[in-house]
Design a binder for this molecule. Structure first.
Ligand SMILES: Cc1cc2nc3c(=O)[nH]c(=O)nc-3n(C[C@H](O)[C@H](O)[C@H](O)COP(=O)(O)OP(=O)(O)OC[C@H]3O[C@@H](n4cnc5c(N)ncnc54)[C@H](O)[C@@H]3O)c2cc1C
Length: 153
């Protein structure tokens, strides 16, 4: 991406023990396509993309970010794939509008009458709050109660 949205977090603000004294832990999450859609050779491109990300972070205000790095770890879709995630995506089905909320795969399994799904791959979608909601919806399926805790269906 030429102008990516980045998620940058600094967990040492609230947990200084995550880095040696006087240092910070910074985490940069950048969007990239899965291995099937993107067909990017990450063995070749990873370092280049890393460098361009560091430049982008600096341009957006974190002056001296690159030169301040003492130790780093880069994770690419290839790494996620090696950990067994389909097409190198830890996000399951992409969270586009057409695959979110009611449009995400249902939490019922068509081939089994006694299985209900929960997690980011089923309705309503990716993210910790949504994964928790999916658990609530799955529980409602099993108990017959509505997700809001009301009566039976
Ligand atoms: C890099 C990254 C950053 C993210 N940042 C945010 C964020 O800032 N805010 C946010 O809301 N969401 C964020 N998310 C999304 C969020 O983490 C996920 O949507 C959520 O964790 C999905 O929950 P889940 O229970 O479906 O799956 P997971 O949290 O992936 O849990 C699945 C569990 O099943 C285990 N497992 C897999 N296979 C087996 C097996 N065969 N047997 C037994 N256990 C197995 C796995 O080890 C794992 O512990 C982020 C995701 C990633 C990858």
């Amino acid at each position: 991406m030429s102008d990516p949205s980045l998620l940058i977090t600094c967990p040492t603000v609230t947990d200084p023990g995550l880095a040696p004294p006087g240092h910070q832990l910074l985490y940069v999450l950048a969007p990239c396509p899965n291995l099937r859609t993107g067909r990017i050779d990450w063995e070749r491109e990873a370092d280049r993309y890393r460098d361009s990300l560091v430049q982008t972070v600096e341009k957006r205000g974190l002056d001296g970010f690159g030169s301040a790095i003492v130790t780093e770890r880069l994770t690419t879709p290839l790494d996620w794939s090696r950990r067994g995630m389909a097409f190198g995506t830890p996000f399951s089905v992409a969270h586009t509008l057409a695959q979110t909320g009611p449009f995400r795969p249902r939490n019922l399994v068509s081939a089994a009458s006694n299985a209900v799904l929960a997690g980011c791959g089923t309705t309503p979608g990716v993210g910790l709050p949504t994964a928790l909601v999916s658990g609530k919806l799955a529980a409602a399926r099993i108990t017959g109660r509505t997700a809001s805790g009301g009566g039976t269906r």
